[in-house]
Design a protein around this ligand. Structure first.
Ligand code: APR
Ligand code: PHB
Length: 390
């Protein structure tokens, strides 16, 4: 098989890249290890920056998003049992964020891919890359039992943190910046109307809690738990009791309901530099992971491929590799901004196991300053709604 761009991974990064290339008349083939049902049902993040929404809408895949999203003009920071609103809209000259599940974005992009008739193969095995150092890279894989080889002009590694593309780069070329945490997030979906209109981030001495939502009838809630905790340690009544304590605020009630989905995800920070080698370009979680506290993961993935698509289009139209050569440098500036923001939000809001009273007091002081100062609230707001991708 031949195509212009081989794309490994059908998450938001790979699917959006295929879509943007298609709009520019560049052919691609998308290879995904999992089944369509699996990627469409996998519950992930749910906050879209305005720039992400704008790109989805402008590129023609935002119709259902505009109908079903929940537009939020602010977020709430909760600590000491008190509620503090950060007015994102007022502080950023009218920008907002949208709550819309990542798997809904994935469904919309798969539908667009099928409507365009573009190749998208699910359940592929044994993906390997070769020739990425030259200008004729290839992706080999098995599909439906048959071995295949896809030759292309460039390969996009959009296969997430555990994918095969990043490890395909020869040793010594990439530098990795990993950071692990001693805690994780237990995330649940509950069939109950959200008890809040805006996303609530709560710091409590027992640990962090987050109240988000997916629809007027479905709540999305998270608890900071130990990285070693298993789901068996968290029966429903313990989850609700802990949420009640950590989210408690005067005059506010948390409504409980049946828990319909649950998972524990470790927190991780990771960046690889550069995000490219030869004719392989890494995007999304394959190149970087942020802890979810800043809600940046999916937005970074989409911003990566917006920049990458432009470079690939130029290359495929014979315009040369200048834009592509600058891809990693362009994106790493924003990636590190997002790391800094996510790390700051994470440490300010969580109870870290080695926090003594002193650190705890400093984190509270930081929170009080953030909600009390116009300058500090503005700084949070402009980064939460998202910086320009370049
Ligand atoms: N071959 C083919 N596909 C693979 C392989 C492989 N060897 N390894 C992994 N994949 C697929 C995964 O099954 C997954 O569907 O690559 C896809 C990667 O998608 P995501 O993990 O969703 O990553 P990305 O598109 O970069 O989106 C980042 O996902 O984890 C969240 O918080 C993160 O919101 C962010 C978003
Ligand atoms: C979510 O709705 O899943 C969500 C919201 C805010 C975050 C992370 C996740 O910071």
């Amino acid at each position: 098989m031949r195509t212009q761009v081989g794309i490994v991974g059908a998450g938001p990064a790979g699917l959006m890249l295929a879509h943007l290339l298609h709009l520019a008349g560049v052919e691609s083939v998308v290879l995904e290890a999992r089944s369509r049902a699996y990627v469409e049902q996998r519950v992930r993040a749910g906050v879209l920056e305005q720039g992400t929404v704008d790109l989805l809408v402008e590129s023609g895949v935002g119709e259902r998003l505009l109908r079903e999203r929940l537009v939020h003009h602010g977020i709430e920071l909760r600590f000491d049992g008190r509620r503090h609103r950060i007015d994102l809209h007022a502080l950023t000259g009218g920008r907002t964020i949208s709550v819309y599940g990542q798997q809904e974005v994935v469904k919309d992009l798969i539908a667009a891919r099928h409507a365009a008739g573009g190749p998208l193969l699910f359940e592929v095995d044994d993906v390997t890359l070769d020739g990425i150092d030259g200008d004729r890279p290839a992706v080999s894989f098995r599909h439906g039992g048959a071995a295949q080889r896809l030759e292309c002009a460039a390969v996009a590694g959009c296969d997430g943190f555990h994918g095969v593309c990043r490890p395909a780069v020869p040793p010594g070329v990439l530098r990795e910046y990993p950071r692990d945490y001693t805690f994780a997030w237990l995330g649940v979906l509950a069939a109950v109307a959200p008890s809040t209109e805006e996303v609530v981030y709560s710091r409590h001495e027992r640990g962090f809690a987050l109240h988000s939502m997916r629809s007027p009838r479905v709540s999305r809630l998270y608890l900071q738990v130990d990285a070693t905790d298993s789901l068996e340690a968290w029966p429903d009544d313990r989850i609700w009791a802990e949420l009640q304590v950590r989210l408690a605020a005067d005059g506010w009630t948390l409504h409980e309901g049946p828990i319909i989905e649950r998972a524990i995800a470790p927190l991780r920070s990771f960046v690889v530099e550069p995000m490219q080698h030869g004719r392989l370009y890494l995007a999304g979680d394959a190149a970087h992971i942020v802890p979810p506290t800043g809600a940046k993961g999916m937005n970074l993935a989409i911003a990566d491929v917006r920049v990458l698509a432009r470079g690939l289009v130029e290359l495929c139209r014979g315009g040369g590799p200048a834009l592509l050569d600058a891809y990693s440098e362009t994106r790493l500036r924003r990636v590190w901004q997002a790391q800094q923001f996510s790390s700051w939000m994470t440490s300010m809001l969580h109870r870290l196991p080695d926090d003594g009273d002193w650190q705890g007091r400093l984190r509270l002081a930081e929170l009080r300053y953030t909600v009390g100062s116009h300058a500090a609230s503005t700084s949070l707001a402009e980064r939460y709604v998202g910086l320009d991708p370049e």
